[in-house]
Design a protein around this ligand. Structure first.
Ligand SMILES: [Zn+2]
Length: 154
């Protein structure tokens, strides 16, 4: 069973032998290399609920990231301020999304077999989780992630 740890501003995914599979330095998200993010975060925090779109939990703002649905590193500079490509995710879900362990297909959450033991679904064990934030405006960004970044089920 894989485990997720948050230590010293890093999120780490460990396998059953406690070996680090993946690591993300969350503090790097707000560094000065992303000048537009401060403004975008301010706008989104006023316009949207302080809720992770994946696990649906309400969090204090300090635990929510402005996550790019399609990676910021590959979008055009002119697209960086497009709010359709940005949603609130908690640090755990953001880590899983960025590393392709989860993705959204036609508005439904998909979980990679690599973390099959990590329960992101509702307490009543629903097999399908609907992502309410999915819409026609952000569909292309979710689709890109599913096609190129998601670790497809084996
Ligand atoms: Zn979450």
């Amino acid at each position: 069973m894989n485990k997720i740890f948050y230590i010293y501003s890093s999120l780490m995914l460990l396998n059953q032998n406690n070996k680090i599979i993946s690591r993300l330095h969350t503090s790097s998200v707000y560094n000065n290399n992303r000048p537009e993010m401060k403004k975008i975060r301010k706008i989104i925090s006023k316009e949207r609920l302080n809720k992770c779109i994946i696990c649906n939990k309400i969090y204090p703002l300090c635990l929510l990231d402005c996550a790019h649905l399609k990676p910021r590193s590959i979008i055009k500079i002119s697209e960086r301020r497009n709010l359709d490509n940005i949603e609130f995710m908690c640090k755990c879900c953001h880590f899983l999304y960025d590393n392709g362990y989860i993705s959204i297909k036609r508005g439904h959450l998909e979980v990679s077999d690599d973390i099959i033991d990590y329960n992101l679904f509702d307490k009543n064990n629903e097999k399908i989780k609907i992502i309410e934030a999915y819409n026609q405006c952000n569909k292309e960004y979710f689709d890109y992630h599913y096609k190129y970044i998601y670790r497809l089920k084996k």
